[in-house]
Write a protein that binds this ligand. Structure first.
Ligand code: SF4
Length: 471
C-alpha cells in the first residue's frame, strides 16, 4: 500500500474506493467471473459437501497435532537434503531469508506469488538489503510496476483494468509491442521476464502445502512461474506458514481439489509441483541449495486465542469474491495484506485489534463467506468474536456505546420502544420520495452511496399483532 493511502483512516480509504468508478469495473469483472466459474464447478461436483467435510477434518487434525507433524516434516525434509529454518516472527523470517541471499552473494532474486511473503514484509526487507526483487507472477509483476500492494489474494492486480495494465506495460517494458489484446500483453510480460529468470541468483517461493511424510513442498500456479522461479537459480528458498502442513500427498490432493475449484473454478491448476530437496546427482536441473523457512508469525497465538478454525484457511479467495463489502470497496480499503472476510478475521490478530478494529465491523454478517468457504470456516462467528472483544476491551467509540445504551433502555421499556420506532418510521416516510429515501439527516453515510427503501407504514410488531390470531 502506498504510504499516503496507508495513513488514511479506514473510512477515508473506503470513501476513496467508492468514488473510483474504474475500480468498481475492475472488481466486477474479476469477481463476477470467479463466482460464475466457481458456481459451474460446484454444480458439476456433487461430492463438494463431503469433500469439504474431509478438508475441514484434515486441517483440524493437523492443527490439533501440529507438534507431531512439524517434527515429522522437518525430519523428512532434512533427509531429502533441504535445510530447514524456524522463525517465530515475520522479521525473524525476513532476516533468515536475507542472510541466505547474502551468503549466496545474491544481487537479484526472483519471487513467485506468496501472500505470506507480503505478510512478513519480505519485499521491503529485500529492498532494505539492496537485493533486487523480480516478481514473476503476472499479476504481481503488474503491481510491482505500479508500486501497488496486492488487492486480492488470488488476483493481486484485480484493481487494475486491462487498459491500465496496457498503459503500465507501455511505460515500463523494453519491448511492449502493440498491446492490443490480452495475449499481446502476456507476450510482452513474457519477453520482459524470461531473461530475469535465468539471471537470478536465488528463487523465492511460498508453499501451498507442506507434506509431512515426505518433507516435500507443493506449489500450484497457472503460469508456470513458480517452476521457472525455483529451478534455474542456485538457491531456492521456501517461506511457509506452519499451518500449511498436511500429513501426506493423498491429503494434499484432497485439499487441492477444494482449493482450485474454489479459487478459479478449474479442476486443477496448470502447474502442480512437488519440490523435494535440492538437485541430486543425475538431475538435469534444480537448485544446489534448498531452504525451507517455517514461520509461526502469530499462528500458535491464534490457537491459544480461540481462532484455531482460521488456521484451516487455504487462501482460495472465494470468501472475497462473494463478499458484498469487498465487492464494493476492493482490497486496498482494508489497509492490510489480507482483505475481505478472511482478512477481517486475520488482521486484528496480525496487526493488533486497536489498529484494525474497523475491519470486523465492516461486515453485514450475511454468511455468504462461510457458505462458500471450502473448509467451512465460520467466518461470521469469528468476526462476531472480534466485535465482542472490541466491546469488552473498551475499543468501541463513545458514540456507539451511547447509541447502544439508548437502544438498551428502549428495549427494556417496550411501550417507549414502540413509540420511538413509530416516530422513526414516520420521520423516514416524511423524507421518502417515490418509495425511496435519497437524503436524510444522520443517515448521510448511507444515502451518499445508495438510496434507502421507505419503511412500511406499520412497524413489524404492529403487523404481527394484527395478523396473528389472539389466543
Ligand atoms: S477463509 Fe475460506 S473461503 Fe476465505 S480464503 Fe480462506 S479458505 Fe478460502
Amino acid at each position: 500500500m502506498s504510504g499516503a493511502r496507508e495513513r488514511l483512516s479506514f473510512d477515508a480509504r473506503v470513501r476513496d474506493a467508492l468514488a473510483d468508478p474504474l475500480l468498481k469495473v475492475a472488481i466486477d469483472r474479476t469477481t463476477g467471473n470467479a463466482r460464475t466459474k466457481r458456481a459451474a464447478a460446484m454444480a458439476a461436483w456433487p461430492g463438494f459437501s463431503s469433500a469439504r467435510e474431509l478438508g475441514r477434518d484434515i486441517k483440524d487434525h493437523v492443527i490439533a497435532h501440529l507438534d507431531h507433524y512439524l517434527v515429522q516434516f522437518e525430519r523428512n525434509a532434512r533427509a531429502s537434503g533441504a535445510q530447514v529454518h524456524w522463525a517465530l516472527s515475520g522479521p525473524e523470517a525476513c532476516d533468515i531469508v536475507v542472510a541466505i541471499c547474502r551468503k549466496a552473494g545474491a544481487r537479484t532474486v526472483t519471487r513467485s506469488k506468496s501472500m505470506l511473503g507480503e505478510e512478513i514484509g519480505l519485499p521491503h526487507a529485500l529492498q532494505e538489503a539492496a537485493i533486487e526483487r523480480v516478481e514473476t507472477d503476472l499479476a504481481e509483476h503488474i503491481i510491482q510496476l505500479a508500486g501497488d500492494p496486492p488487492s486480492h489474494i488470488i488476483w493481486p492486480a484485480l484493481h487494475k483494468t486491462r487498459e491500465q495494465v496496457a498503459e503500465l506495460f507501455h511505460a515500463h517494458h523494453h519491448d511492449p509491442g502493440t498491446l492490443d489484446s490480452i495475449e499481446a500483453m502476456v507476450a510482452s510480460a513474457r519477453r520482459e521476464l524470461r531473461g530475469r529468470y535465468l539471471a537470478a541468483d536465488v528463487g523465492i517461493s511460498g508453499a501451498n502445502f507442506l507434506i509431512a511424510d515426505t518433507g516435500a513442498v507443493c506449489t500450484v500456479t497457472n503460469e508456470g512461474n513458480a517452476e521457472l522461479t525455483t529451478t534455474p537459480p542456485r538457491v531456492h528458498i521456501v517461506t511457509a506458514g506452519i499451518e500449511k502442513l498436511v500429513p501426506s500427498c493423498a491429503h494434499a490432493m484432497a485439499m487441492l481439489r477444494l482449493l482450485v475449484r474454489s479459487a478459479t473454478g478449474a479442476e486443477l491448476t496448470q502447474y502442480t509441483t512437488f519440490h523435494c530437496g535440492p538437485k541430486r546427482a543425475g538431475d538435469l536441473d534444480g537448485p544446489a541449495e534448498f531452504h525451507i523457512v517455517l514461520i509461526d508469525g502469530g499462528r500458535t497465538r491464534m490457537l491459544a486465542e480461540g481462532l484455531a478454525e482460521m488456521l484451516r484457511c487455504i487462501r482460495c479467495g472465494a470468501c472475497l469474491n462473494h463478499c458484498v463489502v469487498y465487492r464494493q470497496i476492493g482490497g486496498h480499503a482494508y489497509g492490510s495484506v489480507y482483505p475481505g472476510p478472511m482478512g477481517s478475521v486475520l488482521t486484528p490478530m496480525l496487526d493488533g485489534l486497536p489498529q484494525s478494529k474497523d475491519l470486523p465491523r465492516a461486515c453485514t454478517l450475511n454468511g455468504q463467506c462461510q457458505e462458500v468457504c471450502p473448509v467451512a470456516i465460520p467466518l461470521p462467528t469469528l468476526l462476531r468474536g472480534w466485535r465482542d472483544r472490541i466491546w469488552s476491551t473498551g475499543l468501541e467509540s463513545v458514540t456507539v456505546r451511547q447509541g447502544f445504551a439508548v437502544w438498551r433502555f428502549l428495549a427494556l421499556h417496550p411501550a417507549l420502544y414502540r413509540q420511538a420506532s413509530a416516530m422513526a418510521v414516520w420521520m423516514m416516510a416524511w423524507f421518502a420520495r417515490g418509495g425511496w429515501i435519497a437524503r436524510m439527516p444522520l443517515a448521510g453515510g448511507w444515502t451518499r452511496y445508495r438510496d434507502m427503501p421507505r419503511p412500511p407504514r406499520r412497524p413489524f410488531i404492529a403487523q404481527y399483532r394484527r395478523r396473528m390470531p389472539r389466543p
